[in-house]
Design a protein around this ligand. Sequence first.
Ligand code: PAZ
Length: 320
Amino acid sequence: MAAEKESDWSGFFSGCVPPPNADSSARAMAEFAERHSAQGRRVVLVTSGGTKVPLESRTVRFLDNFSSGWRGAGSAEYFLELGYAVVFLHRHRSLSPFSRRYSGLNLLDALKAVPVAETTRWRVEADQAALPGIVPVLQRYTAVREAGLLLPVEFSTLSDYLYLLRAAAQALSPSGPKAMFYLAAAVSDFFIPASEMPEHKIQSGASPLQLTMQMVPKMLAPLVKDWAPHAFVTSFKLETDSSQLVARARKALATYRHQVVVANTLETRRVYVVIVTEDSQIDLALSENEVKQQQEIEEKIVQHLSECHTNFIEKSKSPE
Ligand code: PAZ
């Protein structure tokens, strides 16, 4: 069974083209994790956003999903607040830490060009009222950037994501139990292998389009078993039927034997999640008051998981 799983994912990688940033990102992630581990810092990989699944090799059309990257981007900020160094593996054009709050704005509406007196130069002024909370956000962002605590790495397609996830796991693995994986990206379960994909744009004809897609091998299996076997791994499970939520989270834990599943439903994901471990189940929710005060469920999730991570690190020090 284990050998079968391994051939699933190694077969997947041999059938696809590495993303253009594969080598440079692998080097950057390894250097980042090594530097921060050497300084005694915990390192977390946050994955974020949806994946694009091409239907043609010269891709005109693709399948996508709803994920905005809000959870991943917000969580990255809270991990930084708690002293983690963060590798932020995110979908191209999904939300980013700090700037996520302003993603719906037209930046040009918040800026004004003002002539500098007695010169031919101009300076740019920002209208703070159009950018709520911008000063503290900018201060935190600048401090994080100057300390080199955040490494953004971009993916676009499903296969790019899987390549970079494997490279990230290999980069963080030497950090042992101090490494955390926080897998919040919404990754497609289905794909068309390169060998079965039409090269050119699918033509419209008289008959409806029929697609046959293969199952994507579950990368959680090699991640937990081979790529980063001593790390603390949290996966996410999204369902639309809340009656199945916890049972499916438990099934994932039993199958992959990692540490935590954060279970959420599509409609309530901004205010309610269930944190499921082998021997516990904890509800985290925002009260109406907390929602009014614009508190975020990601803060509670990250706080809770960092405590679980502390216990995990302590336990890994003591002999069985
Ligand atoms: O990106 P977002 O904030 O819109 O949504 C977050 C989420 C629902 C994608 C995430 O919480 C999650 O559940 N990810 C795993 C999805 C899955 O079951 O594959």
